[in-house]
Design a protein around this ligand. Structure first.
Ligand code: C2E
Ligand code: CA
Ligand code: CA
Ligand code: CA
Length: 276
């Protein structure tokens, strides 16, 4: 394939991986990715740990690059954050994912990841509010997943944004809990409704299982005493699920139930599991 217009189809050498030139090319490609319809949203079901009810779906963005194939969000989201594209990408994901909610049972919620960088945008709350209004989705059905990274910058604005989001009526989830620092202080400060226990505590490679269990038990106790729900991500085996149930985790999510899929497939998978 050949260059078809400015910054379009580039060739990626493995040796260029991670260097500045490669980054620059990827950034150029990312700028046009939405226009070229290369981004999509996939959905992963979240289940109530006790029983098998679906409580909702987490939306996860995908980038189908014309040359590189699927580029992981762990690669292009940080890039988007650095080059100022996260705002438009985040808004696109929000609008796109909210469209799916109409075909869902009324009890299902939608979880969307927000980048800490989006909190620097003074119009964030307005963006969320108008996306909800345009899709005619009740704010209580939207969960915003936010990592501890949000607390590393500009505390006053962040606090105000959290307050406004709560006033809007959306639910706030502290994502990747336990992987950052000073998590406990953040729990005190920000009005989270739920804690998402990071995958590393569910399947800490090479770590004694009883230590993981002790940590998860402590997180559940803490969450309960603060009136928050818990969800564990990265549930891959029946043993994982049994353990989460025994530790009192309220919701579960992971490859055991299904990988993130395009909406129609995610929905039929969810229905099939509930029917089992
Ligand atoms: P995350 O928010 O922690 O999302 C969970 C990641 O774990 C997803 O990877 C998901 O596909 C994967 N996963 C789910 N179940 C399992 C499992 O059982 N085992 C394993 N090993 N992995 C599982 P994905 O989709 O590649 O996303 C990676 C990260 O990229 C996300 O981590 C999130 O931080 C970010 N991301 C994805 N979509 C968005 C988005 O729309 N906006 C923003 N700001 N960030 C996003
Ligand atoms: Ca997440
Ligand atoms: Ca995670
Ligand atoms: Ca994450």
């Amino acid at each position: 394939a050949k260059a078809a217009g400015r910054g379009r189809y580039r060739f990626y050498e493995p040796s260029m991986h991670n260097n500045a030139a490669n980054r620059q090319m990827l950034e150029n490609d990312l700028r046009g990715a939405m226009e070229r319809d290369e981004l999509s949203v996939v959905f992963q079901p979240i289940f109530r740990a006790a029983g098998e009810d679906v409580v909702g779906f987490e939306a996860l963005v995908r980038w189908q690059h014309p040359k590189r194939g699927l580029v992981s969000p762990t690669e292009f989201i940080p890039l988007a954050e650095e080059c100022g594209l996260i705002g438009v990408i985040g808004e696109w994901v929000m609008v796109e994912a909210l469209q799916a909610v109409h075909s869902w049972p009324a009890s299902f919620r939608l979880a969307i990841n927000l980048s800490p960088v989006q909190f620097n945008d003074p119009r964030l709350v307005e963006m969320v509010a108008s996306a909800l209004a345009a899709a005619r989705v009740d704010p209580s059905r939207l969960e915003l997943e936010i990592t501890e990274g949000v607390f590393l910058t500009d505390c006053d604005t962040t606090d105000a944004t959290f307050t406004k989001l709560k006033e809007l009526g959306v639910r706030l989830v502290l994502d990747d809990f336990g992987t950052g620092y000073s998590s406990l202080g953040y729990l005190k400060k920000a009005p989270f409704d739920k804690i998402k226990i990071d995958r590393s505590f569910v399947r800490g490679a090479g770590v004694d299982e009883s230590r993981n269990a002790a940590i998860i038990r402590a997180i559940v106790t803490l969450a309960e005493s603060l009136g928050m729900d818990t969800v564990a991500e990265g549930i891959e085996t029946h043993d994982d699920l049994q353990l989460m149930r025994s530790l009192g985790v309220s919701e579960v999510q992971g490859y055991l139930f299904g990988k993130p899929l395009p909406m129609s497939e995610a929905m039929s998978l969810a229905h099939r599991r509930m029917a089992d």
